[in-house]
Write a protein that binds this ligand. Structure first.
Ligand code: COA
Length: 259
């Protein structure tokens, strides 16, 4: 599908979604949110795609929800906007294929929330993060109040959410918001290299890892451990498990089929 506000490129089983409204710093208008959901649905269903990188065109990753649209919203419209965006972001988070945010610049408001809905984040040295919604008299509406404390801890999240302060990539790394910080011109090659290492592993194992972590984080330890044991059992029935272990013992590279 062709998109107005995104580009989607495919290479080596990696799909790269680029939010592409650089003149508005890739602000998320309603159409862009809808397209992000459509793109993710397509990539999840595409057997030729093993994993996804999400990034932004120009000097921003995403500078937030489109304030021009927010300005005129009423009570029910605002609630519906929040729910619709949360649903789209959840499709990134629950993707059985790994999704990495390559944060190239401003990741503010909905941009920081979108990055947090990805499985993990790599930042360029020029990236900036923040949840500035309180400066506009609103709260984050795309999961920021929920994912930020889960990711970096309640106190640190509270400070960012309540001040609306913008932080640089080094501070985001110190807080655990991003996994690593790389020079701007190495962002995409570094992110692709990490995703390439993930794609060399058993795809079913990778999918079950994602689901175990996602669901386990919302469960008791007891329930999470039961889920893990169930997945451990399911994978014992796959030919990929046989291939992975045989390849190890035969000192060769495994050839996984996802079965
Ligand atoms: N919604 C709508 N438009 C936005 C936007 C947003 N969230 N963020 C940036 N833009 C637009 C600007 O209005 C401007 O458009 P214009 O050229 O038609 O006037 C363009 O993008 C460039 O932004 P500008 O503010 O001129 O760039 P800057 O380098 O001076 O500042 C930021 C960059 C990111 C600090 C600043 O744009 C900003 O604070 N954006 C809003 C961030 C925010 O509050 N996000 C949460 C929204 S809920």
């Amino acid at each position: 599908m062709a998109f107005r506000n995104l580009t989607v490129e495919h290479a080596d089983r990696i799909a790269t979604i680029t939010v592409n409204r650089p003149d508005k710093l890739n602000a998320l208008n309603g159409e862009t949110i809808t397209e992000l959901g459509q793109a993710m649905d397509e990539l999840r269903a595409d057997d030729a795609v093993g994993g996804v990188i999400l990034t932004g065109a120009g000097r921003a990753f995403v500078a937030g929800a489109d304030i021009g649209e927010l300005q005129s919203q009423d009570v029910l419209g605002a609630r519906a906007r929040s729910t619709a965006g949360q649903d789209v972001f959840r499709r990134f988070e629950t993707s059985p294929k790994p999704v990495i945010a390559a944060v190239n610049g401003f990741a503010l408001g909905g941009g920081c929330e979108l990055a947090m809905a990805c499985h993990f984040r790599i930042a360029s040295e020029s990236a900036k993060f923040g949840q500035p919604e309180v400066k506009l008299g609103i709260v984050p509406g795309y999961g920021g109040t929920q994912r930020l404390p889960r990711l970096i801890g309640r106190g640190r999240a509270m400070q960012l959410l309540l001040t609306g302060d913008m932080i640089d990539a080094a501070e985001a790394y110190r807080l655990g918001l991003v996994n690593s910080v790389v020079p701007a011109d190495e962002l995409m090659t570094s992110t692709r290299a990490i995703l390439g290492r993930i794609l060399a592993n058993g795809p079913l194992a990778v999918s079950y890892c994602i689901e175990a972590v996602n669901r386990g984080m919302e469960s008791t330890l007891e329930d999470g451990l039961r889920l893990e044991a169930g997945f451990f059992g399911i994978l014992a029935a796959t030919s990929d498990m046989g291939e992975g272990m045989t390849a190890f013992l035969e000192k060769r590279t495994p050839v996984f089929t996802g079965r």
